[in-house]
Design a protein around this ligand. Structure first.
Ligand SMILES: C[S@@+](CC[C@H](N)C(=O)[O-])C[C@H]1O[C@@H](n2cnc3c(N)ncnc32)[C@H](O)[C@@H]1O
Length: 282
């Protein structure tokens, strides 16, 4: 039975559907930081590890042109297919060797991506392509809180159960070294070696999320993908069943007998973000 989760599955499509976009307020904070010392035109931004473009489109509201760059051909193919913006381009490429002229970029962003990179090389390459006063902004999120609007007294139980599923048990051992080193620690071990380095932990993303969405998002996590590769579809499906059944058990008293469609059981998902900022010397 567990296999049914993966019948029509395509990882990059799940990604496109369930991964969160960057909060507008966070991107505005990045733009304000850039404008503190850069007064020229906002010609070009690049979004590194763009995936299917969750962050790229938000940045595109501020720039003449934004290029989303990702090393995965599947991610780029899906991003290109869905792109309807005339000032957004997607390119296959590696963060550590960008196909861009020196000093041509005012902003480099990387959402939920920098932990996968060769950081010293990426920072060096960033310095090469940024214009003087140009900014690098890297940000991510980790564990979301799912609040249950029908009875907030159950939020603590949901949080405890969800964190146990993510961090302990079967999935716990499948988080890779970069995730443990950088995401578990909220990028506290990363410092961008440019001017005015600072961090800001005040932003969070909020969205309505169905139980189907919670299960879909789980399938996009690299730890989940590793578990599925190592143990197979059945073990991966069992984990999703445990998540689904555990959550349903907590909220069961609030559901009417005819409420069985997981697409229509909604939570408020809240995801704290961590943001690092620095600029190339003016
Ligand atoms: C967790 S996803 C984040 C995607 C998107 N930015 C988001 O916020 O959902 C990380 C992305 O980084 C990409 N990536 C990993 N190593 C990379 C590299 N060296 N250069 C460019 N992209 C890379 C992966 O292919 C993947 O799409």
């Amino acid at each position: 039975m567990a296999n049914r989760y993966f019948e029509n599955e395509n990882h990059t499509k799940l990604y496109q559907k369930y991964r969160m976009t960057a909060p507008k307020a966070l991107v505005q904070r990045v733009i304000n930081y850039l404008k503190e010392k850069y007064s020229g035109e906002l010609e070009l931004a690049v979004d590194i590890g763009c995936g299917s473009g969750q962050n790229t489109y938000i940045v595109a509201d501020y720039f003449k042109k934004v290029i989303g760059i990702d090393v995965s051909p599947n991610q780029i193919a899906n991003a290109v297919k869905a792109n309807e913006r005339t000032n957004v381009e997607f390119q296959l490429g590696a963060a550590e060797k960008l196909n861009l002229p020196d000093g041509s970029v005012q902003l480099i962003t990387a959402m939920a991506a920098v932990h996968w990179l060769d950081l010293p090389k990426f920072f060096e390459e960033g310095l090469r392509v940024l214009s003087p006063g140009g900014v690098m902004a890297v940000y991510s999120y980790f564990i979301s809180f799912y609040e249950w609007p029908r009875d907030p007294t159950k939020n603590e139980a949901i949080k405890k159960f969800y964190e146990e599923i993510i961090l302990e048990g079967e999935l716990g051992q499948f988080w890779s070294e970069p995730i443990r080193k950088h995401i578990f620690t909220k990028y506290k071990n990363i410092s961008i070696p440019y001017d005015d380095f600072t961090r800001d932990d005040t932003f969070r993303n909020e969205r309505h999320m169905s139980l189907t969405g919670m299960l879909g998002e789980m399938q996009t996590f690299s730890g989940f993908q590793s578990l599925r590769e190592a143990k197979g579809d059945e073990a991966a499906g069992d984990l999703l069943d445990r998540l689904k059944n555990g959550i349903l058990e907590i909220i069961k008293d609030d559901l009417s007998p005819e409420e069985s469609n997981l697409d229509e059981i909604y939570f408020e998902e809240k995801s704290p973000l961590f943001l690092l900022l620095a600029r190339k010397p003016v």
